[in-house]
Design a protein around this ligand. Sequence first.
Ligand SMILES: [Zn+2]
Ligand SMILES: [Zn+2]
Length: 356
Amino acid sequence: MNYRCAHRWAFPSWGGELTLHSDDLAAPTGHEVTVRITHCGMCHSDLHIQAGGFDMGGGKMSSLERAGTKLPVTMGHEIGGEVVEIGPDAQGVKLGDKVIVYPWLGCGVCPVCERGDDHLCPRASRNLGIQLPGGYADLVRVPHARYLVPIGSLEPARAATFACAGITAYGAINKLNPMTAEDHVAVIGCGGVGMTAVALLSATTKAKVVAIDPDPAKREAALSHGAALAFDPTPADALKVIGKACNMNVAGAVDFVGAESSSSLAVNLVRRTGQVVIVGLFGGEFRMPLPMFALKSIQISGSYVAGLNDLRELVALAQRIKLPEIPLDLRPLAQVNQALSDLAKGRVVGRVVLQP
Ligand SMILES: [Zn+2]
Ligand SMILES: [Zn+2]
């Protein structure tokens, strides 16, 4: 294989289909590394990236183009593969290493990036699969070897999904206070990320995990991956039914949808001193009577992916304990457009992983 020519599935216009492009790669310089991609997970946020932005509520859209993202865009930020070329200054990796790639890159040199919180960099966003070419390709150029995390004995297809679904779930549940066996913790939205959170919570907390999703197949999957209870949020009395089943003792709710209905359910479901963590980027806006903050003493926070060290911790955790396995749907990379369409229609259980 020629490691100096990348074949990428990219969209040349916002909202357009992905088409195959060939791009020449120069020899890696400095700390750069080239990874031959074996697996790339497909994320729901790819649908927003392809559309060009996120729904910010009140009819407003964010714009990747205004924020400086250039076409064509090669998406894919859950990248797993093998190291095939190494720049002269790259350290800690060798040819043939099986790795996953931390994709949430910042400027790489500021104090925030230096402590491994590149995803919160105040200076620059250089995310693989958004601003820089990502994993819907056979090769990816990674700007620095420190963004590679060796997967050890982990199954490569599953490990790839850690780079977004895994750390997004891990980062969000890490924001929850310690819970007891009497507590309940709600996971709203059981797609790939929510299902990973159900799995991680059931492996790491004593609290009973409550899965909430309108899709019966996803509720079924959540129950078989550690959830104690599962509910459909759509009936008019859902809030009452779920609250009662949890003895009105929901200590935390993690909203992996991030829509008006899901965040409102989360805020109303948690008990006094409860925590709500909003993760999903479905969009819309959030309204809540201000006295409720004080009267319920609740905490509302957001969580956006997680840091490089979180990815390393998650990989270590997955090797130490047996995490329940979320369903994977392996497909050839050439079927990327079909897979995006299935994801948009909600026809995917668990995570699609594409293989070049
Ligand atoms: Zn993602
Ligand atoms: Zn930075």
